[in-house]
Write a protein that binds this ligand. Structure first.
Ligand code: TPP
Ligand code: MG
Length: 295
């Protein structure tokens, strides 16, 4: 049945998030290609969504009453697949087929192939527009489900995002919530000092007041630490209140760390994508898995 599950204790959610991070690194390493930093920065947010907030049924992934989820930063697909597998949409063993030609789990999400994937994505900038369309359709048909979309901060440089930001408010889409994974890094990004590339990076939105801009568009803006389950749940409660009062769309600006949770991937654009060597994989295993965790 499509419904919310009872919210697990935070310690269990933290364990699930560590498992997700392990599956991300291990799967990409075995498949020899894929993204690491972006999937890791959003892991806690997706665990909180799928294990407490979304009204869904892994047995019936196409139930018309389900909440919708759009991963606009589609390059982070392996993070979504790991969460979907742990939530029961498909066997965890299937992650081993990631990015193979005949796999249901392509390098970027494909709604025709993967149970639980509502919108295909990967070309950055498009997901919010798709989510606006879904939410507008629900509004017009009087459907009760909520639509969620996760965007990257580098992705927000795409102009199409801002057309969607504007139209979502215009249409009064209280059934729509965006989450911005504000990890301060993108793929290569901007050198910290223009003209002098010392391999340090400045944040895509370091020069601007992003929450204020979004408030200016009329959205309800909630700022949190995207690695704190307490703050994530508090944000979900605020989203609910805003939705019930018909305040229009809401956005959770989640400050995160790219590559979070693994010592050698955190805080660097150099692990945007990459493949671990054996020593690194062993280190990550020690950092993420406890006895009794399945590997
Ligand atoms: C339209 C488009 N341009 C470029 C790319 C290549 N690309 C994939 S990920 C990425 C960086 C994205 O950065 P961000 O949105 O901050 O994601 P995150 O930091 O969460 O990985 C780029 C440029 C793409 N997928 N789509
Ligand atoms: Mg980013």
């Amino acid at each position: 049945m499509t419904e919310r599950i009872e919210r697990p204790p935070v310690r269990e959610l933290e364990r699930l998030a560590r498992l997700v991070r392990w599956h991300v690194l291990n799967t990409v390493t075995q498949s020899k290609a894929g993204h690491i930093g972006g999937p890791l920065s959003m892991a806690d947010l997706l665990v909180a969504l799928y294990f407490s907030e979304l009204s869904i049924d892994p047995e019936h992934p196409d139930d018309p009453e389900r909440d919708r989820f759009v991963l606009s930063k589609g390059h982070s697909a392996i993070g979504l697949y790991s969460v979907l597998a742990l939530r029961g949409y498909f066997p965890i063993d299937e992650l081993a087929s990631f990015d193979h030609g005949d796999s249901r789990l392509q390098g970027h999400p494909d709604m025709r192939l993967t149970p639980g994937v509502d919108v295909s994505s990967g070309s950055l900038g498009q997901g919010l527009s798709a989510a606006v369309g879904i939410a507008l359709g629900a509004q017009k048909r009087g459907r009760d489900f909520h639509t969620w979309v996760v965007l990257g901060d580098g992705e927000l440089q795409e102009g199409m995002v801002w057309e969607a930001v504007n139209s979502a408010r215009r249409f009064g889409l209280s059934n729509l919530t965006a989450i911005i994974d504000l990890n301060g890094l993108q793929q290569y990004g901007w050198a910290a000092q223009q003209g002098r590339d010392r391999f340090d990076r400045s944040e895509p939105w370091g020069h601007a007041d992003l929450p204020m801009i979004l408030r200016g568009y009329g959205w309800t803006v909630i700022e949190i630490n995207g690695h704190s389950f307490a703050e994530i749940f508090d944000a979900f409660d605020q989203v609910k209140r805003a939705a019930e009062s018909g305040a229009g769309p809401s956005v959770i600006v989640a400050r995160t760390e790219k590559g979070h949770g693994i010592s050698f991937t955190r805080g660097t654009y150099k692990w945007h994508n990459g493949v671990a060597d054996e020593t690194q994989l062993a280190l990550a295993r020690a950092e993420l898995l406890t006895e009794g965790d399945q590997s």
